[in-house]
Design a protein around this ligand. Structure first.
Ligand code: CA
Length: 224
């Protein structure tokens, strides 16, 4: 199960978040100071980081930008202020998601789960890169013919899964489980709807062909 770092100096928020994450089965290391978070990160590997911005010994944004330079660990930023500036800065510095206090622990857990799921989609390595698509896992972006696609999170997930499968057929069920999770209240129709919008976006860049093929009764595949 995933190992998480929570950096949060507010004891009430921290205990609620730790409780909610542990109940999900995640391992959580909680720190209240940047200094302690840095030493924990030197000592162990974390699958995702949840970082408060305002801390007694500095800003969580500094740690976020440091982490982003070092690798691809997903980062969720927390802010008490809810200022647009923090949000913009956090995302510019490479945070994957952002939440403003007060938030529900349940929502935080859902966001963390989504981050972990997305980060487990490996990048298509450059050496085996399909000729038309390039996946930038860290940036959660996919480009077609060198043009970045403007995708929703779910469309990104779908396309990344299809590309990862190379030209194999993926069933709707497999796509649902990979992207929405087993507990989602989604149906095959959900997949079809997002495939439809995804196709339209691909067509907007290249209308000369249909990249995604529907296999009746089986699922979808993508032409690389
Ligand atoms: Ca704080």
């Amino acid at each position: 199960m995933a190992n998480l770092l929570l950096l949060e100096d507010d004891p009430a928020i921290a205990s609620t978040v730790v409780f909610a994450l542990q109940r999900e089965g995640y391992g959580v290391t909680h720190c209240t100071l940047l200094r302690d978070a840095r030493s924990q990160m030197a000592a162990q590997t974390f699958d995702a980081l949840v970082l408060d911005i305002g801390l007694p010994d500095g800003s969580g944004l500094d740690l976020c930008s440091q982490v982003r330079k070092a690798g691809h660990t997903p980062v969720l930023m927390l802010s008490a202020r809810g200022e647009e500036l923090d949000r913009v800065l956090g995302l510019e510095l490479g945070a994957d998601d952002y939440m403003t206090k007060p938030f529900s622990p349940r929502e935080l857990v859902a966001r963390v789960r989504a981050l972990l799921r997305r980060s487990s989609i490996p990048a298509v390595s450059t050496t085996h890169a399909p000729s038309f698509f390039i996946v930038d896992t860290a940036g959660q972006r996919i480009s077609l013919h060198g043009q970045t696609l403007d995708l929703t999170r779910l469309e990104y997930g779908l396309l990344a899964q299809l590309l990862k499968a190379r030209s194999r057929i993926l069933s709707r069920e497999a796509l649902l489980n990979a992207i929405w999770g087993q507990d989602a209240e989604s149906t095959d129709r959900t997949v079809d709807t997002h495939i439809k919008t995804l196709r339209a976006k691909l067509r907007a860049i290249d209308s000369s062909r249909e990249f995604i093929t529907t296999h009746r009764g089986m699922g979808y595949s993508i032409a690389l």
